[in-house]
Design a protein around this ligand. Structure first.
Ligand SMILES: *Cc1c(COP(=O)(O)O)cnc(C)c1O
Length: 482
């Protein structure tokens, strides 16, 4: 008999692997411990881009040398979001505990699409906790997805299917039914447009309702738009209210929208990507009043809950409508009566994904180890620090707010007497780039009523009050130099 070779992707030498893997973990713990000493952001040098451009590896290199390359060419050039002075876009920071959770989830490597295994019960339990925590009805169904874009898509899909008076899963939007219309505000997130495009509804049928001076959806304008669409013979199916707009952190009047949706038999969806977490802070909870009335709610946990990317959740009040939108059971996915396929609940019946990772684990572990109190404290602190920055802007003759500050976002700009809005826009645009290039702090930008602004969005659990002093000092220094 000839000798057989068995190939595997497992390490050949487990002890050597263990040693290197421990070193890799140690390096990352050192890295996480020293964010504050690092530049927030720095350009990726051309040599590094070149070093990262290599032919497809056919033969192996050692783990040690690949790790070395990571340490030299990847680790030093991050976007900077874990740094205490990163406040750009709305990008979460991550936590060391979340990173370790990712390691455990990766090593366990369960498939959360279906089947009978303990990880399913961890995800289901975590969804139960999230409903309770955010004050959403306990009877709702839920599913964890990659981010709020996807979480909104799930909610909007259920809305579309539920409001169709025909079998939309079979017939699609090809067959001469009345035109479906969705509504969001002019400050609604861009993902809604992508989503209606993918749903076959089309962006011409997404109404961007104007906002008031607090950047909230104008409720009269919403009612008018619905009435006009009905007169035209169209079918209003869904209003997307926003709990925390991406530009300024504004909250739509969710109760007013809920009332209209109830009266008009329209699905009420809430995009609470980061703002849903206002509900866990006593001083800001009122902003999200009415969120609990939503037919579906989408929120991220990789933003204000600080967990590593990617993790978000959709909750749907009508469990059956959620299930009906996505369930499909070919014989090779039969939910069995006994054995490994016997779970009552298959997550693949609640979203478009079949294979799914164990993203619930980092949520579960973080809630167990840190408790809801830790998150409440951090989010409360973020809101207080945001007001601290807003106050510093108000007190400075050289800075001004360009939008109200209801939650965790400050839009502001450098000003100088005698400069036109156009000149100030150019100045602030350059100031922002210099700020980012300085490595001292990162904010992003927003244009508010034609005024180019620096936009500080605060979901950073590492920032201290002193970090905002550093930001203001740097902005003033750069502004004066321009
Ligand atoms: C960030 C954000 C989204 C998109 O979420 P992702 O997690 O980036 O997909 C949607 N809506 C609002 C209000 C957001 O802030």
């Amino acid at each position: 008999m000839t000798e057989q070779t068995n190939y595997t992707l497992d390490p050949q030498d487990w002890e050597a692997f263990r040693k290197t893997a421990h070193n890799m973990l140690d390096d990352m713990i050192d890295h996480m411990q020293s964010y504050r000493e690092q530049s927030v952001w720095q350009p990726v040098p051309d040599e590094v881009k070149e070093a990262l451009s290599t032919p497809l590896p056919q033969t192996p290199q050692s783990l040690e040398s690949a790790h070395q390359e990571f340490m030299e060419n990847v680790l030093p050039y991050p976007l900077g979001n874990p740094h205490p002075r990163f406040w750009g876009w709305v990008i979460g920071t991550g936590t060391p505990l979340g990173a370790v959770a990712e390691l455990l989830a990766g090593a366990l490597n369960p498939q959360l699409g279906g089947g009978e295994h303990a990880p399913l019960y961890v995800e289901l339990q975590t969804i139960e906790w999230l409903k309770e925590w955010l004050g959403y009805p306990q009877s709702a169904s839920g599913v964890m997805v990659s981010g709020a874009s996807m979480a909104n898509l799930i909610g909007m899909t259920v809305a579309r299917n539920d409001k169709a008076d025909f079998d939309i899963r079979a017939r699609g939007l090809q067959s001469g039914q009345s035109r479906m219309i969705m509504y969001t505000s002019a400050e609604g997130h861009s993902c809604h447009q992508k989503n209606v495009e993918m749903l076959g509804i089309g962006s011409d049928s997404l109404r961007f309702i104007p906002v008031n001076d607090q950047f909230q959806m104008d409720i009269d304008a919403l009612e008018q738009a619905i009435a006009e669409d009905k007169r035209a013979g169209y079918q209003p199916i869904c209003v997307i209210g926003t709990a925390g707009t991406v530009k300024t952190g504004a909250f739509d009047d969710l109760n007013a929208i809920a009332d209209i949706c109830e009266r008009e038999d329209i699905w009420f969806h809430v995009d609470g990507a980061f703002g849903a977490f206002a509900t866990i802070v006593p001083t800001h909870k009122h902003l999200a009043d009415g969120m609990e009335r939503a037919d579906s709610l989408a929120f991220d946990m990789h933003k204000w809950m600080s967990l590593p990317f990617e993790v978000a959740c959709t909750l749907v009040r009508n469990n059956k409508a959620h299930y009906d939108a996505f369930t499909l059971t070919p014989d090779y996915l039969t939910h069995g009566k006994r054995g490994a396929s016997s779970a009552q609940h298959w997550m693949s019946d609640y979203s478009i994904q079949l294979s799914r990772n164990f993203r619930a684990f980092k949520v579960w572990l973080s809630l167990k180890v840190q408790g809801t109190e830790a998150f409440t404290r951090v989010i409360q602190q973020n809101c207080e620090q945001t007001q601290y920055l807003a106050q510093k802007v108000i007190e400075s003759d050289e800075l001004e707010l360009t939008a109200p500050v209801p939650l965790n976002i400050v839009c502001f700009r450098y000003i100088r007497e005698g400069l036109s809005d156009e000149e100030l826009n150019a100045l602030n645009e350059e100031l922002l780039l210099q700020l980012q290039e300085s490595g001292v702090a990162v904010t992003s930008n927003a244009t508010i009523d034609g005024r180019y602004s620096l936009r500080m969005a605060h979901v950073n659990h590492r920032s201290t009050y002193a970090d905002f002093d550093v930001l203001v000092d740097k902005v003033l220094e750069l502004g004066r130099g321009l």
